[in-house]
Design a binder for this molecule. Structure first.
Ligand code: SAJ
Length: 447
């Protein structure tokens, strides 16, 4: 009797796995995306465009309402595309996670921030996994996309899904596939960025690769979830450390009276073995300053210090202070104490031509200037108001504010700014981005 039940259960699950494979291949699978941010929303749209029936889930009602009204809140997805898919009934969003019961696949696209103590905040991943664990069923493909430390999928996600009594690789399938979305990138978007995917078992990897291959141009299968988790961390740690090197070069060149920008531009003429990175006022964003610390946190647990990451983090973290010291020196040379001087910040987003101020070094620079008694104003065409990290400032009109300032500081080099007019109307300009490259004036000072 017991053997018969086991055989029936095994037959049921083998049938479930084959049915899942067939439904993915025929694009009749019901696809779920949990977390409708700058990663989840474009992913949901891509799979709906590929012909799947897609249900997005999010805890934020306003996002769900805008999604269902065909109003995209993510720059890389236009309203018309979203609205047409919603109208065609191929795509919808909900805050009701019980819909997971009906899904064949689900992608977890939730934030993985750092706590103030620089260790990972896995609360969003845990919450999403717990929602899924309540609705586990045979023939279910679960994929984690949130950038995280190696071991998250097998140590944190798998045990919760296993509580259902289902067996991974037979009854359900579990993969990690790093999100590589670069918001605002004009050339690379969700469909044409190669998609790395690694499963808990070969069958998991095979189903994950089959799934992504239905909607994305290139899939890169790897042997495990840990390899896939580590791939993303290497990508962004590489970037953070090389920016740290560029920043250290800037500190050295500043002391030696060498133009670091000229050095990098000349080095970049080397046709092999070199890749230019540029110094700046510090490291912003929700990826580059954050992801490497997921790796250093886990490597400490494994008994090895990630010294490159810690050092680069230290150097990148010093740049706002360095910028303020250079401003102070420049004002001093004009016999103006920083205290009481008017300093106007140009650009506060964490990088050009976007509105995101998360971890922006501009916020650190503003804090440091205020602490030294400067009178600080700012302009940013993408950021009408700063209301975070204890600051409440409203953007001012650029040229009149620049005219009033004792020193203008270009922190973020938005393309839409008229830098010639800015220099003309300013007394002193500190350029932290080399956006004034080629302009000669005694009032221009460069990082
Ligand atoms: N930065 C420098 N010097 C550089 C490059 C960047 O100071 O040479 C600064 C930027 O000003 C910004 C921070 O570093 O404050 C991060 O800039 P970023 O260009 O890396 O932009 P992000 O944070 O949007 O990074 C994303 C990442 N994408 C993903 O994680 C999927 C990253 O992997 C991409 O390489 C990057 O976009 C990109 O190339 O645009």
């Amino acid at each position: 009797m017991a053997t018969e039940i086991v055989n029936n259960k095994r037959c049921e699950t083998i049938v479930a796995a084959e049915r899942l494979k067939d439904r993915i291949a025929k694009r009749t699978a019901k696809v779920g995306v949990l977390g409708l941010g700058y990663v989840g929303l474009p992913l949901a749209v891509e799979f709906a465009k590929a012909g799947f029936d897609v249900t997005g889930m999010d805890v934020q009602t306003d996002k769900v309402d805008r999604f269902n009204a065909g109003q995209s809140y993510v720059k890389d997805v236009n309203d018309e595309v979203l609205a047409s898919l919603v109208k065609a009934g191929k795509l919808r969003a909900t805050t009701d996670f019980s819909v997971i019961e009906e899904l064949d696949t689900i992608d977890i696209c939730v934030p993985t921030p750092l706590r103030k103590t620089k260790d990972p905040d896995m609360s969003y991943v845990v919450s999403a996994t717990e929602q899924i664990a309540q609705h586990m069923h045979p023939g279910f493909l679960v994929m984690l996309e949130s950038t995280t430390y190696p071991g998250t999928t097998d140590e944190l996600v798998l045990p919760k899904l296993r509580e259902s009594g289902l067996q991974v690789g037979r009854d359900f399938f579990l993969c990690f596939s790093p999100e590589r979305v670069d918001p605002g990138n004009p050339k690379f978007h969700t469909a044409n960025i190669p998609k790395v995917v690694g499963g808990m078992t070969p069958a998991c990897t095979e189903l994950g690769a089959l799934f992504y291959g239905q909607a994305l141009e290139k899939v890169v299968p790897v042997s495990s979830t840990r390899v896939a988790e580590m791939v993303k961390l290497l990508e962004n740690t590489f970037r953070m450390i090389n920016i740290g090197l560029a920043n250290e070069m800037a500190l050295m060149c500043s002391r030696m009276g060498i133009d670091v920008w000229e050095v990098i531009d000349a080095a970049a003429t080397k046709p092999f073995g070199f890749m230019p990175f540029y110094p700046g006022p510090g490291l912003g964003g929700h990826c580059i300053p954050i992801d490497p610390f997921y790796l250093s946190w886990k490597s400490r647990e494994a008994g090895i210090e990630a010294r490159f990451i810690e050092l680069a983090g230290y150097i990148n973290g010093q740049m706002p202070e360095h910028v303020v010291e250079r401003i102070q020196d420049a004002l001093n040379d004009a016999t103006k104490p920083l205290r009481g001087s008017r300093v106007h910040i140009v650009g506060v987003a964490y990088k050009r031509d976007i509105s995101d101020v998360r971890e922006s070094p501009a916020l650190d620079i503003i804090h440091l200037l205020l602490r030294r008694g400067a009178i600080v104003t700012y302009s940013d065409p993408y950021v009408p108001k700063i209301a975070r990290e204890g600051l409440e400032l409203y953007a001012e009109e650029l040229l009149p504010a620049a005219e009033q300032a004792d020193c203008v500081v270009i922190v973020t080099d938005h393309s839409s700014i008229d830098y010639t007019a800015l220099v003309e109307r300013s007394q002193l300009v500190f350029d932290a981005r080399n956006v004034l490259k080629g302009m000669e004036s005694p009032k221009i000072i460069k990082l």
